[in-house]
Design a protein around this ligand. Structure first.
Ligand SMILES: Nc1ncnc2c1ncn2[C@@H]1O[C@H](COP(=O)(O)OP(=O)(O)OP(=O)(O)O)[C@@H](O)[C@H]1O
Ligand SMILES: [Mg+2]
Length: 498
């Protein structure tokens, strides 16, 4: 109304100034403050917008009669949202605020380096001026916190992976996500119960340790290194950790990351309460490739001089000028270490780093030194306690069933058989309809493996013995030769004397 009035009263050249003036005039006398939270802020997605949407969808005081419902692809939860241009009232600490969802058509596509949605969406928050400080100081933080909590509780965990070649998706994120539905839990994980309890306690301490980390001046993060042969449950352990703590997983594919700075950007875009995973770390990066900028250096591990020499030779200016080009990848170990425990690793809190490897002996000692990977977890071949868990999960056997059905010798041969939990579960799944047969087949497999193993060991021992014997023969032969030489030398000396 005022605008049309202004248009009739004021000449065009004065119109803009007069609108500005009236806006100022009204906002001065208005009892309310307005905050706009747009979906896209410049080129970045506004996290607050998503948080508000989620928060309002669950708010108990929803008064709107028209709501929009959404369900993400593969997600099992339905999200309620405010329909276009709808309002709802919320209250916080006795203060009433009003939210309005405003959707307008975007006018003409302006130039942008990524396509913007056709609609311009945003929330407007209206509060009384006297309550302005409450909103700015704590209400919005409360909304963010609540939204994060809701997402973790209601929705499935998310599994993120870095997009191919470092490209960004429509929302400007280098991570692509899918709902994470791995059913592995600590209850289904077959491993030594004591070790399992220790890991669970460690995780819980971490998740509840905000004040501890604050007090001790440490970054709120923790690193786990899982190592062991293929099929011993390393990936299952990561899934169990995520399900136990309710964290999202960022599965970092290092081969898709080209430079250290790209790695840093990826890290910056991860959220807190997440597990950042690098699987098969020995395969994804030439891990001994450190450049000269790494001061926390090789010596930190206090390890073999031979390897340190390697770093020294790589640290020459000529070598670092190559920047690891010889490996075809400019990600360096120092870049990776910065990622996990440099200053940048603290740009968010409550993060867990998990590295997995099948060959711990191939890893750089700098990666293994204490403080870097806080806990080294050995995922071993199937042990007897682990077997009992698998029998319980797959066949429903309890302790007494195991004692009754399983021959006593299993406990003796299982370690020698070196069967992975994956091998064992395969036998059990194959025969899950016939429990007796499952046990018979399992025992047969264990016996066969342990026998083969022992035979191989005997053969190895024999070979070693043979090698030793031949060495001994050689040594005796050598000694005889030497004795011959000495005698000759003596003769020579005598001759010299003469
Ligand atoms: N400790 C375990 N407890 C329960 N199931 C297990 C365990 N280890 C392996 N399995 C079963 O074997 C399959 C393979 O395990 P998983 O992928 O976790 O092994 P991994 O150690 O990550 O192997 P890789 O080194 O090849 O990645 C899983 O589907 C899981 O069901
Ligand atoms: Mg795995």
């Amino acid at each position: 109304f005022f605008q049309s009035l202004l248009q009739t009263v004021f000449p065009p050249e004065l119109r803009f100034a007069s609108i500005k003036f009236f806006n100022r005039f009204f906002s001065y006398f208005s009892a309310y403050c307005y905050y706009d939270i747009t979906e896209i802020d410049g080129v970045n997605t506004n996290e607050l917008y998503n948080a508000v949407q989620l928060y309002l969808s669950s708010s108990a005081s929803i008064t709107g009669t028209r709501l929009s419902l959404t369900r993400g692809l593969n997600s099992s939860a339905i999200t309620f949202g405010l329909s276009n241009n709808d309002r709802l009232v919320d209250s916080y600490k006795g203060v009433t605020v009003e939210w309005e969802h405003i959707v307008t058509q975007r006018q003409g596509q302006t130039f942008s380096w990524r396509p913007l949605p056709e609609e311009k969406r945003g929330f407007t928050l209206r509060v009384r001026k006297k309550n302005k400080h409450l909103v700015l100081d704590s209400y919005l933080d409360f909304v963010m916190e609540k939204a994060n909590e809701l997402r973790r509780k209601n929705q499935d965990r998310l599994l993120y992976t870095n997009s191919k070649g470092g490209s960004l998706d429509a929302r400007g994120s280098p991570w692509e996500s899918v709902p994470f539905k791995h059913p592995s839990t600590f209850a289904t994980l077959a491993m030594d119960p004591l070790k399992k309890a220790e890991i669970m306690a460690d995780l819980k301490d971490f998740a509840n340790g905000e004040s501890f980390y604050q007090k001790t001046g440490r970054a709120w993060k923790r690193g786990y290194l899982l190592y062991g042969p293929p099929g011993t449950g390393k990936s299952s352990m990561i899934a169990a950790m995520a399900n136990y703590l309710g964290y999202d997983i960022y599965d970092l594919e290092l081969t898709e990351v080209n430079t250290n700075s790209e790695l840093r950007k990826l890290l910056m875009k991860t959220s807190s309460k997440s597990i950042i995973v690098i699987e098969d770390i020995d395969c994804s990066i030439n891990i001994t490739n450190r450049n000269k900028n790494d001061h926390r250096g090789a010596g930190a591990g206090g390890n073999s001089g031979g390897r340190n020499n390697t770093y020294d030779s790589e640290s020459t200016p000529a070598a670092s000028a190559n920047g690891g080009e010889d490996s075809g990848n400019t990600i360096t170990l120092s870049g990776l270490l910065n990622f996990t425990d440099g200053l940048w690793s603290c740009c968010g809190s409550e993060r867990i780093f998990v590295f997995t490897t099948n060959h711990i002996e191939k890893l750089d000692p700098a990666l293994l030194r204490s403080g870097r990977m806080d806990m080294h977890i050995h995922m071993s071949y199937c042990t007897f306690p682990a077997l009992k868990i698998l029998l319980k999960n797959y066949l429903g056997y309890d302790e007494s069933d195991v004692e009754r059905e399983l021959p006593a010798e299993v406990e003796e041969i299982i370690d020698a058989a070196e069967m992975t939990p994956a091998d064992v579960s395969e036998v059990l799944i194959r025969n899950r309809r016939d429990k007796k047969r499952a046990v018979v087949e399992l025992v047969a497999a264990l016996k066969l493996r342990s026998k083969r193993k022992l035979k191989n060991e005997d053969e190895d021992e024999e070979q070693e013995k043979r090698a030793l014997d031949s060495d001994k023969d050689g040594f005796e032969h050598f000694q005889e030769n030497c004795r011959g030489c000495e005698e000759k030398d003596d003769e020579c000396i005598d001759e010299d004397k003469e």
